[in-house]
Structure formats: structure tokens, C-alpha cells
Design a protein around this ligand. Sequence first.
Ligand code: NAD
Length: 123
Amino acid sequence: MRRVTFLFSLLLSFYMYRILSYVSPHLRDCPSSKFKGLNSVRAPIGYKALVTGGAGFIGSHVAKDCFNFGFEVVAVADMSGGFRKNVPAGVRLVLGDLKDAKFVSDLMEKERFDVVYHLAAYF
Ligand SMILES: NC(=O)c1ccc[n+]([C@@H]2O[C@H](COP(=O)([O-])OP(=O)(O)OC[C@H]3O[C@@H](n4cnc5c(N)ncnc54)[C@H](O)[C@@H]3O)[C@@H](O)[C@H]2O)c1
């Protein structure tokens, strides 16, 4: 009986080890040095990013990362979802509806973004 218990705990430890050391397949072959380098990635000076849905869950995180990378960041939201408090410090919030073609074209013309992350959407 003790031997069975021992073998069972051994097997359990093995599976626990496999689960805890699992690395997602898409990261398995990625050299860890690539991740370390991320902290030193900087946006070119003066680059401006538009993050649509920047008051939402995903958009606010993208906006924060863009800001930390050194972009000037503008978030657009119509506040049909998300929260004002989600908009990270340093990110400018512009209220507007992306279904309004004039609003979008005026915004693009005025701000001259270098990069756009379109995250204003719902599941
Ligand atoms: N939340 C998740 O776990 C998750 C996971 C994978 C993919 N996504 C995708 O990411 C996108 C954003 O999801 P989320 O969870 O951040 O949603 P969210 O509801 O938290 O935020 C959506 C944002 O988009 C804005 N928005 C919606 N329609 C707009 C319009 N017409 N004009 C201007 N702003 C508008 C809202 O004001 C809000 O700020 C969706 O496409 C979703 O499918 C989300």
C-alpha cells in the first residue's frame, strides 16, 4: 500500500512539474533575450499613436504600453463602453464616434498619426 502511495505521489509530482513548467508553444522557440530587449524599445521621437477604444479594457493597456514606449498617444472612444478612469495618465482622450466619417477624417488630418491601433469594437 505504501509503495502504491509513493508511486502515485511520484506520478502526481511529475504531472505537476509538467503543468507548471509548460511554456506556450508560440514562445517555446523564442530566445529569452528578445523579451529582455523589450524594456529598451523606444518609439522614434515625435511619433504619434492613435488607439481607438482607448477607454476600453484592451485599448487602455495598448495605450499605456505605447506611452511607455515613448509615443505621444491619443485615445478615441465614444464611451459606449469602457471607462474614463481606464485612460492612462499622459494619454489624451478624444471623444467621438468612429462611425462618423467626418470625425475620423478631421481627426486624421489634424493629428497625422504614425501608427493606429484599432481596438474600438465589441465581442
Ligand atoms: N477583452 C478581452 O478579453 C478581449 C480579448 C481578445 C480580443 N478582444 C477584442 O478587443 C477589442 C476591444 O475589446 P475590449 O474588451 O477592450 O472592449 P471594451 O468594451 O472594454 O472597450 C471598447 C471601447 O471601444 C469604444 N468604442 C466602441 N465603439 C466605438 C465607436 N463607434 N466609436 C468610438 N469608440 C467606440 C468604447 O467606447 C470603448 O472604449 C474587441 O474587438 C474585442 O473583440 C478583447
